[in-house]
Design a protein around this ligand. Structure first.
Ligand code: SF4
Length: 369
């Protein structure tokens, strides 16, 4: 469920998002509710409210939305329900209403615990705000908290990254995600990069920062269960695990992606077009692509390789009717010899070294030679 409004816009961000205007946000919620009523029947096992900044909406409105979703998609009691939160304290009120609505996982967009880096990223909160926001969700009864951090921020050093990792660990979250900053086309960061490429982190330093995250977080008892994700035992995100298992999902809202019946689709990123269509009760414009053959299996491999378990060969053969070893013989051999993949009789997974170039390794399976 995409809630696309933000109190301000970060210069690196490429999501479908808009600065908050109340009238627009109200109209969007009405459109979303109409779309929820109109989509075909679907049984959900998890729910994720992402953004944007979902907590730009008042907690009672979020609670009402979750109630609607629960009823419409037959969400079982106790299902994982996540909300993404901006730790800006003005937006961190009324968390008890989230818990009462059955939201049980709070995921904060922290990004850094170093004030200078937060300002470079255009974020307005302070490290102290994050600690207070986490205290508030804990007080409201949340037993499952996740913190997102960004590395390779311009100006970041190994020492300052360590400071962020340690500050995150001190708050004892159940889950931590670490993402390398990417410069996305069309963003203010892309223009900055054109002007001053030297201010941005080199690939070597980025690899060093990633290695530091793995060492620090696994050393503190977190399991690296996916390239960017670390969890305490039993605290993996069930919602994200479904994406990596190439499972089906329904995305609702402007710019939201779905994967249903072998078809990947993305709803329009045009906010007015989305609201106009949903409110008029006509189908929201989507771009759709049916994944078949190599495209379908390549995508499945790419997703599975991101996880700690990698590709489980027997399950893969059963689901896709493809002998993995046969189909990908050449690329497997090439990547294994290069030390990027570990190949056993039951699994194929990235090696510690392979994780540093995961995108390249995965790409080789999406379009194998
Ligand atoms: S708060 Fe999140 S979604 Fe909004 S602009 Fe910043 S990074 Fe993008």
């Amino acid at each position: 469920m995409h809630l696309p409004f933000c109190p301000y816009i970060c210069p690196y961000c490429d999501f479908a998002k808009w600065p908050l205007r109340r009238s627009q946000a109200d109209r969007y919620l009405a459109a979303l509710e109409t779309e929820i009523a109109a989509v075909p029947d679907f049984r959900a096992t998890t729910l994720f409210l992402g953004g944007g900044t979902p907590n730009t909406y008042a907690p009672d409105r979020i609670a009402a939305l979750v109630g609607l979703l629960r009823a419409r998609f037959a969400l079982p009691a106790g299902a994982e329900v996540t909300i993404e939160l901006n730790p800006d304290l003005e937006l961190c009120e009324g968390f008890a209403a989230y818990r009462a609505a059955g939201i049980d996982r709070a995921s904060f967009g922290v990004q850094s615990f170093v004030l200078e880096e937060l300002r470079t990223l255009g974020r307005r909160h302070t490290p102290g705000d994050v600690a207070e926001a986490v205290r508030r969700v804990r007080d409201a009864g949340f037993a499952n908290v996740s913190l997102d951090l960004i590395f390779a921020v311009p100006g970041q050093t190994v020492a300052s990254w360590r400071q962020s990792l340690d500050a995150a660990l001190a708050l004892e979250p159940e889950h931590i995600s670490t993402y390398g900053l990417t410069v996305e086309e069309g963003t203010p960061y892309a223009r900055w990069f054109e002007r001053e490429p030297g201010r941005f982190t080199s690939q070597d330093i980025e690899a060093e920062l990633y290695a530091e995250a793995i060492e620090r977080l696994t050393g503190a008892g977190y399991e690296q269960y996916e390239i960017s994700n670390f969890a305490k035992p039993g605290r993996r995100s069930a919602h994200n695990a479904n994406y990596w298992a190439n499972g089906e999902y329904l995305g609702l809202g402007v710019g939201a992606a779905s994967y249903l019946g072998g078809v990947r689709s993305v709803r329009t990123r045009d906010l007015s077009a989305y609201c106009d269509a949903a409110l008029a009760g006509v189908p929201v414009p989507v771009e759709a692509e049916q994944l078949t053959g190599d495209a379908r299996t390549g995508e499945a491999v790419m997703l599975a390789l991101r996880t700690a378990e990698g590709v489980e060969l027997a399950a893969f053969a059963e689901r896709y009717a493809v002998d993995f070893g046969e189909r990908y013989r050449e690329v497997l051999e090439e990547m294994r010899t290069a030390g990027m993949l570990e190949v056993t009789t039951t699994h194929v997974r990235l090696t510690a070294r392979g994780r540093f170039v995961a995108n390249d390794v995965c790409a080789a399976f999406v379009a194998p030679a």
